[in-house]
Each structure stands twice: as structure tokens, then as C-alpha cells.
Design a protein around this ligand. Structure first.
Ligand code: NAP
Length: 480
């Protein structure tokens, strides 16, 4: 049996998952190119204060490598990063990683993918798998005068830990999941915290309780508890939150009521009014936080809802002409979620580029493959079910599916495979038809929406996604 050569781009959670699945299938000729100097992807890049995964730790982990040592219901970011670092060694995939090397281009010619790297090197492989993440490119707001600010300015995903915050005036722009977590954590440390909110967001109450030493010891001794914990959280999220998002029903009413009740914790009617979102709960990605409303009611925290006019050296000026003086300016303004895979330049055998294929927005076959681009697979590709769910579970389903195709190559059944254009179009049309039932189309602006105004997400349950990927439809592929 010939051993295929596989290049994986990115050593974040999904790249590691792919490499592990391949190794478990007996595929050993793997290279993972990672542009940074460490594994962990988003958990390596994001180090802001308060960084916590709002998906429970018992579910936000590999099903085949559960960790009894989680310290909290919702894991702090550094713990997840350490977990992924440990996984790279435990499953012996670190030796496959080439750090500090970015894949800049890849072209499919002569039946193989030919790859160019930032180091000036070239490589080739039978399969190319992109594991480059979703929220990777920080989005810097287009605020006039931003560059003139006299204090430190940085994006939340590029936190400058050399900048002292204790006792200083910190301005945070943005109230997405990131801005909310930063606010809940920094309130009380910063001398004064100014939170600039453009659109209020719904917040699901999620107090983060610590696991006791007893609980951790019990999980260490009885691995079945880890498995039960995984199954429990997966079931609750799948049966309640995922259902609430994709269709009307009691789940949607329940989550909505929980968010509205949570907002009532804000005692001051004017502050409560300003924190009341104009849209439905879950239209934007739902935020889960235990401490935000307490933080924002503190005397040393000010919620600013007037539109930002410009920045000047001393601080931020709002449309009412008021200058909000600050020492540090944090941009919690999100990411370019649609820059999937790019800027890497991919070229199909017929000369078509990925940029051309995705001119109207990223589209794929079943989230993992693209017509005309043989032996190319995506992890977290277009329309993956990434909202309020464990991306690790999704990566496992996708990596399992991709491994299935690589196994077939190895068995000599196929050498080239790409989804058919008509099957891809039928699948995308079914998704378009299902979108109106989802809460994302109920009227709000969010990074979920693509160029055509339609959500770039999976309109069914993550369980449906896993089911779809468990059985490859050979008839929907052009193979040779
Ligand atoms: P985000 O959800 O895109 O939020 C960006 C925030 O910045 C919004 O409040 C937005 O306001 C505001 N903003 C953008 N440009 C602005 C401007 N020019 N002036 C004023 N405000 C501006 O970004 P994020 O908070 O970084 O979160 C992104 C995603 O990362 C999340 O949705 C989630 O998927 C993931 N995340 C997950 C976790 C976790 O615990 N699992 C934690 C953090 C992040 P508008 O709402 O008005 O656009």
C-alpha cells in the first residue's frame, strides 16, 4: 500500500486533529506548516485578560483525549492552549510540524499539490488540507484619527502585555464576546474602564464555577465521568441551544427569556435601556458571561453609547463632541471572518484560483471540499456549524471524513477526487432554502453574514453535520 503524502496548513486545534486522525489511520508522511512558533492557533494568538471559552470545557476537548484536570466549567484560554500543546506531544505530531513557515501558494499540477512557503522553499503532496481557522485576521476599525492616539493602542487578538493597566484609564471599543470578557475581567483593575458600545448584545448568564480538587480527582480515577460529562454537555447544547438557533420553538423562547431575565439584573433603568439590544437573542453570536452586567454597573466603569466620531491624542471623541480621555485603547472589534484560507493563493489544475472561485463568497461542498480543486480539503471550511458550539467536535467530524478519502487513495481505489459542481450547487441551494428559519436572518448585522447578506453558517444542527460527514456520497464526486 502506497503512503500518501499530506500537507496540512496550520497547527491550531483543527490541524492537530487532522494529523492525529491520519496517524491513527496509519498515514505517516505528513507535514504541518505553521507560520507561528507554537501550536494552538486562536488560543495562542488571543491572550487578552478574561479570555475564556464559553463552550463548557468537558465538551470543548477532543472526544478521544478528555482531560480530567480542567479547573473550571468554562476553561480559561491559557489552559486550552496548554492542553493543545500537550496533545501535540501525547499524539506525537509535533515532529511533523515545521514552525515559522507560512504556506503562501499552492498549485495542483501533474496530479499533486505543489506548495510554496514564506521561507522560499517548495514542497509537494498528494493531499492539501487547510486548517487555517476562521477568526484569524484582526479587523481594525476605520475610525478617523486612530493613529494619532498618544497612548498604547492594540487589537484584542494582539494584546500588548508590556502595557500596564492597573489604575489606568482603559478604553475598550466593541461589545462582542471578546469585549464582554475583557470588561468583566478588567473592571476593578483599570482605574477607569470606558466601554464603547455600538450595538448592545444579548447575554446568556454563564457563571464560571471552579471544579473542586475532589471533582478533578474523581475524573482522574474514573474516566467514564469524562465521557459522561462530554456527552451531557453535547446533548444539552445540541438539544437546546442548537435547536433554538435553527428554528422557532420552545428552545428559542427559553434562551430568549433567559437573556431578557439576565438583563433585568441591571438596576438602573437608563443603563438597562442602553444595554437592550435592538435585535433578537442569538441573531448575532450569543454571548455567554457571568460577570459582564456586574462589571458594567460599577462606578469605575462607564458605558459609552454615543457614536464614535474620531480619536485624538488624548482619547476618543464621540458625536456629541465629548472627549473621553484614556491612557490605553483596546480594539475588541472582531475579525475578518470571510478571509478563509486566504491570503494563501490556491490554483486549480485548470488555472482557476481560490479567489476567483470564491468571488461571491466562500462556498464549499459539505464544508470540506471544492469542485475543480482535487485532493484539497478544508477544516472549518465555508458554512461549518461554528456558532455557539464546540469547534473541536466539528473538526473531529471533518477530519474523520477527510481521512476516509485518504484511506481510499491508500487502498488504491482513487487517486484524484473533487466534488461535482452540480452536487455542490444542490447542497448550497438546500442551505439557502433552510436559512430563513434560522434566527440569523431575523434582522441584525454580524460577522455571520456574507456578501449576499445570507449567513455563512450551517442552518441545521451540528449533529446533522456530523451525520452528513459520516457517509461519503461517492456519486457526488468526480474521481479517477
Ligand atoms: P465581534 O463579535 O465581531 O464584535 C466586534 C465588536 O466591535 C462589536 O461590538 C462591533 O459592534 C464592534 N465594532 C466593530 N467595529 C466598530 C467600530 N468601527 N466602531 C465601534 N464599534 C465597532 O468580535 P469578537 O468580540 O472578537 O468576537 C468574534 C467571535 O470570536 C465571536 O463571535 C466568537 O465566535 C469568537 N469568540 C469566542 C469566544 C469564546 O468564548 N468561545 C470568546 C471571544 C470570541 P457592532 O455589533 O455594532 O458591529
Amino acid at each position: 500500500m502506497a503512503d500518501p503524502r499530506v500537507i496540512i496548513v496550520g497547527a491550531g486545534m483543527s490541524g492537530l486533529c487532522m494529523a492525529i486522525k491520519l496517524r491513527q489511520a496509519g498515514v505517516g508522511d505528513i507535514t504541518i506548516y505553521e507560520k507561528a512558533g507554537a501550536v494552538g492557533g486562536t488560543w495562542r494568538d488571543n491572550t487578552y485578560p478574561g479570555l475564556t471559552c464559553d463552550v463548557p470545557s468537558r465538551f470543548y476537548q477532543f472526544s478521544f483525549a478528555t482531560n480530567p484536570e480542567w479547573t473550571h466549567l468554562y476553561s480559561p484560554g491559557p489552559e486550552i492552549c496548554a492542553y493543545l500543546d500537550d496533545i501535540a506531544d501525547r499524539f506525537d505530531v509535533r515532529r511533523h510540524i515545521v514552525f515559522g513557515t507560512e504556506v503562501t501558494a499552492a498549485r495542483h499540477t501533474g496530479g499533486r499539490w505543489h506548495v510554496e512557503t514564506s521561507a522560499g522553499g517548495t514542497d509537494e503532496a498528494d493531499f492539501l488540507v487547510t486548517a487555517t481557522g476562521v477568526l484569524h485576521h484582526p479587523r481594525h476599525p476605520d475610525i478617523p484619527g486612530l493613529g494619532t492616539f498618544a497612548g498604547a493602542t492594540f487589537h484584542s487578538a494582539r494584546w500588548d502585555h508590556d502595557v500596564p493597566l492597573r489604575g489606568r484609564r482603559v478604553a475598550v471599543v466593541g461589545t462582542g464576546s471578546t469585549g464582554v470578557q475583557i470588561t468583566a475581567d478588567l473592571a476593578g483593575t483599570a482605574g477607569r474602564l470606558l466601554l464603547f458600545q455600538r450595538t448592545a448584545q444579548w447575554i446568556l448568564p454563564a457563571p464560571n464555577r471552579a471544579y473542586s480538587r475532589f471533582t478533578r480527582a474523581a475524573h482522574r480515577r474514573l474516566p467514564v465521568l469524562d465521557r459522561l460529562g462530554y456527552r451531557w454537555h453535547e446533548t444539552v447544547i445540541s438539544k437546546v441551544l442548537s435547536q433554538a438557533i435553527i428554528k422557532p420553538g420552545w428552545q428559542r423562547r427559553l434562551i430568549g427569556a433567559m437573556c431578557r431575565r439576565n438583563l433585568n439584573k441591571v438596576a438602573d433603568p437608563d443603563l438597562r435601556r442602553r444595554l437592550t439590544p435592538p435585535d433578537e437573542p442569538m441573531c448575532k453570536r450569543l454571548i455567554a458571561s457571568g460577570g459582564f452586567y456586574d462589571a458594567v454597573q460599577r462606578d469605575d466603569v462607564e458605558l459609552v453609547t454615543d457614536t464614535i466620531s474620531h480619536v485624538e491624542p488624548r482619547g476618543i471623541v464621540t458625536a456629541d463632541g465629548r472627549l473621553h480621555e484614556a491612557d490605553v485603547l483596546v480594539l475588541a472589534t472582531g475579525f475578518d471572518a470571510h478571509a478563509y484560507v486566504r491570503p494563501m493563493g490556491l490554483v486549480a489544475p485548470d488555472g482557476r484560483t481560490l479567489e476567483e472561485a470564491w468571488r461571491d463568497g466562500p462556498r464549499a461542498y459539505r464544508t470540506v471540499a471544492l469542485p475543480g480543486f482535487p485532493n484539497l480539503f478544508f477544516l472549518m471550511g465555508p458554512h461549518s456549524p461554528i456558532g455557539n458550539y464546540s469547534l473541536i467536535a466539528i473538526a473531529e467530524a471533518q477530519a474523520g471524513y477527510i481521512t476516509g478519502w485518504i484511506r481510499r487513495w491508500r487502498a488504491g481505489l482513487v487517486t484524484s477526487m473533487a466534488p461535482r459542481a452540480d452536487a455542490t450547487e444542490a447542497y448550497n441551494e438546500a442551505m439557502r432554502q433552510a436559512m430563513p428559519r434560522t434566527i440569523w436572518t431575523s434582522g441584525c448585522a454580524s460577522w455571520y453574514l456574507g456578501k449576499d447578506g445570507l449567513p455563512e453558517l450551517w442552518p441545521w444542527t451540528p449533529r446533522d453535520h456530523a451525520r452528513m460527514l459520516s457517509t461519503p456520497e461517492f456519486a457526488e464526486f468526480d474521481v479517477s
